[in-house]
Design a protein around this ligand. Structure first.
Ligand code: BUP
Length: 468
């Protein structure tokens, strides 16, 4: 009936980049849009950050029900050298066809929202179960348009000139240069490529696609997806972002500190817009050489900074101390008067919203970009792998920040020197025009997510469809 309360089961995959927007969607649906919500997760998670995040979410929002997935073990020796998060996607993709039926029957679900990484296996099963299945695309609309078009590009390319990746012209959107295409996709046999292509082909069979962006941030991509320019017969697209962050007390403070927001207190003591916040996300450390150049560059910039340092692919393996990562205690001692360097998790959204923060040196994981957009902090984009270069392109187009395109992932063009880092940080911190543009993006994000705004209405429309 039109008045019934839909029960929506959410199926995130793995990695903070995926869990974070699913948690935000869960809370938005249950707190603001009158839905019953369950979230199915597989434990143990790949990283410690994920399990802490889930624990905190389910404690803070008991209305979001937790469902457990018991995955069949995956023979990892068949995928030598594969990224642990891609392996988890694969394990979930293999287990879900048999797990999904009992799961949704037990939960009396009325609709499913699957992560893009699982979508090509979940959508057909949902159809057999008679459940509408939407996809939450956790990256940008630009990346969604690329994902939707890429299978057609491959088909045309292998039929024609005989292979080799070139620039990819996404119909109705823009050209994605070869150098911005995720590295893994250059190899057709890569595990991630096989998943990505299957998911891209399957998108047309989804009931709809939710994407964590807003019309004003990516007007070309959103319009082209909606009017069928990217792929004929593409399902309805709901731009519902930037999804509102969910806040809960952090549980990851360094040894000996009280469980409080010590970094927020530190920020409170800094002048307005004086601090450079530096984070390359929760995955994959910088090379040792790049880390040292970045440290020297931050020091040479003369600015205050808050730097979240990561040392491994998965945080559980990240045992090395801060001083070891940064080549000794001396650096930490020298910058102590004006810097906070930490390996611990910080509530990034709260940091970005703090008045002391004047710029964000970011790897451009999509969640980080949406958080910068919400807070209006200008980004100095330093993308490294995956979809990050496409996202950096969005940042530059939208006026949210600057992307020095020569800055690359290490190993390709070598390291970015301390001098360059210092110079770019100084110029971003001095750029009043850039700050104004970023503030305009923030205003547009606020308008989109406020009641009655485009993203709010799109989410309400999606919920209306789940009522059936
Ligand atoms: Br690190 C770190 N605190 O200390 P992205 C990250 N985050 O809140 P990624 C913190 O994790 P993938 C920290 O705000 C964002 O919501 C951050 O997601 C939060 O990049 C999330 O930005 C990280 O999409 O994920 O981690 O590289 O590669 O899976 O997209």
């Amino acid at each position: 009936s039109g008045e019934s309360r839909p029960h929506i089961v959410l199926l995130p995959s793995a990695g903070m980049g995926h869990l974070v927007p699913f948690g935000r969607l869960a809370v938005a649906l249950s707190s603001s849009h009158g839905c019953d919500v369950s979230m199915a997760t597989a434990v143990p998670t790949v990283s410690a950050a994920e399990s802490r995040h889930l624990e905190a979410l389910f404690v803070a929002y008991p209305s979001v029900r937790r469902l457990d997935l018991q995955l069949a073990p995956l023979d990892e020796s068949r995928f030598p050298g594969a990224d642990p998060f891609f392996l988890r996607f694969e394990a979930m993709r293999r287990s879900l066809p048999s797990l999904l039926g009992p799961l949704v029957a037990g939960a009396s679900a009325s609709a499913l929202v699957t992560d893009i990484a699982l979508s090509s296996v979940v959508i057909p099963v949902a159809r057999d179960l008679g459940l509408p299945c939407h996809v939450l695309f956790t990256a940008s609309a630009a990346m969604l348009s690329f994902c939707a078009h890429f299978p057609a590009y491959l088909d045309a390319n292998s039929a024609g000139s005989g292979g080799g990746m070139g620039d990819v012209d996404v119909p109705g959107v823009y050209r994605i240069p070869k150098s911005s295409i995720p590295q893994a996709l250059h190899d057709p046999n890569h595990l991630f490529t096989q998943q990505f292509v299957a998911n891209g082909r399957g998108l047309v069979h989804a009931a709809g696609v939710l994407v964590n962006t807003f019309d004003g941030l990516e007007p070309e991509a959103v319009a082209a997806l909606r009017d069928g320019a990217v792929a004929a017969g593409f399902p309805p697209v709901f731009a519902v972002g930037p999804l509102r962050p969910v806040t809960f007390p952090t549980t990851d403070e360094p040894e000996g500190k009280k469980k409080d927001y010590y970094y927020m207190e530190w920020l409170d003591a800094q002048p307005a817009r004086s601090v450079v916040y530096v984070s390359f996300g929760s995955r994959k450390a910088l090379s040792r050489d790049q880390m040292l150049e970045l440290a020297a560059g931050l020091e040479a910039s003369g600015h205050r900074f808050l730097w979240v340092v990561k040392g491994a692919v998965v945080d559980k393996d990240d045992a090395e101390g801060l001083a070891d990562l940064l080549g000794g205690e001396e650096f930490l001692d020298r910058v102590k008067p004006r810097a906070l360097v930490t390996k611990a998790w910080v509530e990034q959204e709260a940091v970005l919203r703090h008045a002391a923060v004047g710029a964000f040196v970011s790897h451009c994981g999509w969640n980080s970009v949406t958080e910068a957009a919400r807070s209006g902090v200008p980004v100095l984009a330093w993308p490294r792998f995956g979809d990050q270069r496409v996202n950096a392109g969005v940042v530059a187009r939208a006026g949210l920040g600057k992307w020095v395109e020569g800055w690359s992932w290490e190993g390709e063009d070598g390291v970015v020197t301390a001098e360059e880092v210092a110079e770019k940080i100084k110029s971003v911190m001095a750029d009043d025009d850039g700050a104004k543009k970023a503030a305009r993006v923030r205003n547009a994000a606020e308008a989109a997510t406020a009641e009655g705004g485009s993203s709010y209405r799109n989410l309400a429309e999606f919920v209306g469809r789940c009522r059936g």
